[in-house]
Design a protein around this ligand. Structure first.
Ligand SMILES: Nc1ncnc2c1ncn2[C@@H]1O[C@H](COP(=O)(O)OP(=O)(O)OP(=O)(O)O)[C@@H](O)[C@H]1O
Length: 581
């Protein structure tokens, strides 16, 4: 119930339209109640007293009532859809904003397919209730109560006896509501899993094809599809049991009314007009109850779908911009890591080993620092702390002597230009991809950045130059080309701090040395971190930090470290041997 109240709070901004729908609905219900009464008058006053002109007038009145009702239905349909769509709009807007706000820790665990299904199917289920479902419930309730009042007023004995089956209908409804709720809960969850399977399959289709695991994937999908099918069939069985039973009891009400009414008419205790009106009114009792089955269905679906949406909306973001955060306009790029200890959110700090422990070092403005270490030693995690992708568990990261948690978050992230290991490009033109972080950049600035990243010449050979559209995730470009577009993207931002995560990993040796030349120029005056496993990537570093299992085991210049018999020296020897030099 709490969930529904929260959903209804989203109606508040379109309260005017909701009020229009309700007012029209009340009038439409009144017209529905008046129509059988007119029929009674046609019989009792018109036909019985052979008053032809009254018959004509009452018939015209019936037409008028119907016409007004139809006009009202148009207005009601429009306003209730508008209310529903406004709720969808608001929920989608809030959920999208929340997805932008949530931190890396959330996305480390979240399943894309589940999020997509919440954003689409679950929000639609909520809309169906707000628009159609809730209004239907209200119409049904008003029609039922109004009809009962009219019938009781006309002949309470016939009304009470012919509606004895109503408690049975309500019993079936109660049973149905209890059973269909859990079914909808499973269906919504399974739809999310189905979307996840689909999304992962499409995103990983190249892996699937290269391992020829199409059949395995097909089976995995078929299993989930079958689960979904079976739960839907369980739900359909519930409907198949409940709805005909309700139809039967509803039909009994009608039959009882005909029988009793006919007896009362035969005995002269009921007029023929009232009898005819009762036939019409009985539907005003049966249909709201029958429709209640569907409306409960819609409501249960919304009750199970809405918490899936609210769960995302209520997830606190563990990384927020501070109020009145320090601006980064004059950031120089002097960096300090002090006594850093770091665990990921899903780790148990009491049992698990920290990802980073006891790390302290200072970096002067403009210094080029290489972070070296075996795979999994914590290089990327260390650098992620700089942009507050994660916050330290203890210790401090400072830029220009100020804790990164005190900076305004957007500014901080724009001040750290990152060229990641795996570049994500959007399906847009190359120009837009380069200008992603700085959409107002001039063509000149974009070209300048592309030249520095050694990608300009290649771009000019493409059919539409900078306007060439690239596919999803950069399909159409090679790994090295994608990386250079990412490099241009970072250069364009002109950040005081630059992070190159194996930035030359997927380029050939000739391009690598060309990029290194370019990088020398780019790195001038900027504090640069180069995350590397290869020694060739770090030849221009002023200082090298060596990480092992999350600890800083060595640091010094290339020369200093070569002279020590540590990890660096071993790596140096090994790579020298491997390159045959
Ligand atoms: N979200 C996470 N939750 C828990 N542990 C994680 C998470 N992400 C990474 N790790 C672990 O943290 C450790 C450090 O990972 P990190 O990516 O920083 O290493 P790296 O040195 O950059 O490796 P590589 O050179 O292979 O990129 C690894 O052991 C990894 O398994």
């Amino acid at each position: 119930m709490k969930v529904l109240l929260r959903v209804l709070a989203y109606v508040r901004p379109s309260a005017k339209w909701a009020a229009v729908a309700i007012v029209v609905l009340i009038f439409a219900t009144i017209f529905d109640l008046v129509a059988p009464w007119i029929l009674r008058e046609i019989f009792d006053e018109g036909i019985k007293k052979e008053n032809v002109s009254l018959i004509l007038w009452l018939t015209l009145l019936l037409i008028g009532v119907q016409a007004l009702k139809s006009a009202g239905m148009f207005l009601q349909g429009y306003s209730q859809e508008l209310v529903g769509q406004n709720v969808v709009f608001k929920l989608r807007e809030q959920m999208y904003a929340q997805l932008q706000r949530l931190s890396f820790s959330y996305y480390d665990k979240a399943q894309t397919g589940q999020l997509m299904s919440r954003m689409t199917g679950d929000i639609d289920a909520v809309k169906n209730f707000v628009g159609f479902g809730a209004m239907g419930l209200l119409t049904g309730l008003l029609t039922f109560v109004g009809t009962m009042i009219f019938m009781l007023w006309m002949n309470w004995q016939v009304t009470l006896i012919s509606t004895v089956t109503i408690p049975l209908i309500l019993l079936v409804l109660w049973w149905f509501s209890n059973k269909v709720g859990p079914a909808w809960s499973s269906i919504r969850e399974q739809t999310g899993r189905l979307t996840t399977t689909l999304q992962e399959n499409i995103a990983g289709i190249r892996v699937v094809k290269s391992f020829a695991t199409e059949e395995v994937e097909q089976k995995k999908f078929a299993e989930r599809n079958k689960q979904n099918f079976e739960t839907n069939m369980e739900r359909a069985k519930l409907e198949a049991k409940a709805f005909p039973l309700m139809g039967l009891f509803g039909g009994l009400t009608f039959v009882l009314m005909i029988w009793l009414g006919a007896v009362y008419v035969a005995r002269g205790e009921m007029t023929l007009g009232t009898f005819m009106a009762f036939q019409w009114y009985t539907w005003g009792i049966i249909w709201p109850l029958n429709m209640l089955g569907w409306q409960i269905n819609i409501m249960q679906q919304a009750i199970k779908a809405a918490p899936r949406v609210f769960e995302v909306l209520d997830t606190p973001s563990d990384i927020e911009s501070p109020q009145n955060g320090v601006t980064t306009a004059n950031m120089k790029g002097q960096v300090s890591f002090r006594d850093i200890r770091f665990f990921f959110n899903d780790q148990d700090q009491a049992k698990d080993a920290p990802i980073l422990s006891d790390i302290s070092f200072e970096v002067k403005q403009g210094e080029v620092i290489a972070v070296l270490g075996a795979t999994g030693s914590g290089k990327s995690s260390l650098i992620a702390l700089l942009s507050r992708f994660y916050d330290t568990s203890s210790g401090q990261v400072l830029i220009d002597g100020i804790d990164v948690r005190e900076y305004e978050l957007d500014g901080l992230r724009r001040s750290v230009g990152i060229v990641p290991q795996e570049t994500f490009l959007f399906s847009a033109s190359i120009r837009d991809n380069i200008a992603y972080g700085y959409p107002d950049a001039t063509m000149e600035q974009i070209e300048h950045a592309a030249r520095k990243a050694q990608i300009h010449d290649f771009i000019t050979t493409m059919p539409h130059g900078y306007d060439t559209l690239i596919g999803e995730r950069g399909v159409g470009l090679s790994g090295g080309q994608r990386q250079r577009v990412a490099l241009a993207r970072a250069i364009l931002m002109n950040p005081p701090i630059l992070v190159l995560d194996e930035a030359t990993a997927s380029v050939d040796t000739a391009t690598e040395s060309a990029i290194h030349e370019a990088l020398l120029e780019v790195m001038k005056g900027r504090t640069t971190f180069i995350i590397a496993q290869r020694l060739s990537s770090i030849q221009h570093a002023d200082r090298i930090l060596v990480l092992e299992q999350g600890s800083l085991i060595e640091q010094g210049t290339h020369k200093e470290l070569s002279e020590r018999n540590g990890f660096f020296r071993q790596l140096f020897e090994r790579q020298k041997l491997a390159s045959g030099r």
